[in-house]
Design a protein around this ligand. Structure first.
Ligand SMILES: [Zn+2]
Length: 113
C-alpha cells in the first residue's frame, strides 16, 4: 500500500510485488505507479500509454544486449521525467503494468455490470 498524506483520493491496490506497486482511485481514475525508487501519479490513459511504450521498446532490444545494464530511457508524461531501465527491469515493469491493467479492466467490468 502506498501512503500519501497529501492526497484526497482513496487508492485501491491493483497490483503489488516487492519492487512495484500500482494503485488507482476508483472515483477519479488517477493511478499511482511506484517502481524501484520512482513514484508517479498518472491519469489512466497515461498509464496505459506507458505500458504501450515499454512494450514497443522491448520489441526493439538488439540481439546480444546485456539484460542487466541500463538500456532504456523511457519518457513518462510530458517528458519531464524518464524511466532509466535495464532490459530485465523493463520486462519486470511491463509485467507489473499489464497485471495492473488487467485488474483495472476487471474492476471496470464489475462496475458496469
Ligand atoms: Zn480520486
Amino acid at each position: 500500500m502506498i501512503h500519501n498524506k497529501d492526497e484526497s483520493c482513496h487508492y485501491e491496490t491493483l497490483y503489488e510485488e516487492a519492487n512495484g506497486v500500482v494503485t488507482r482511485c476508483p472515483q477519479c481514475g488517477m493511478m499511482q505507479l511506484a517502481y524501484g525508487t520512482s513514484h508517479y501519479i498518472l491519469g489512466e490513459w497515461q498509464f496505459r500509454k506507458l505500458d504501450q511504450k515499454i512494450t514497443a521498446e522491448l520489441h526493439e532490444v538488439k540481439e546480444g544486449a546485456c539484460h542487466d545494464r541500463k538500456y532504456f530511457s523511457i519518457p513518462v508524461e510530458h517528458h519531464v521525467s524518464r524511466l532509466f531501465l535495464s532490459v530485465n527491469e523493463a520486462k519486470e515493469l511491463s509485467n507489473i503494468l499489464q497485471q495492473a491493467i488487467w485488474m483495472a479492466n476487471v474492476n471496470n467490468t464489475l462496475k458496469e455490470g
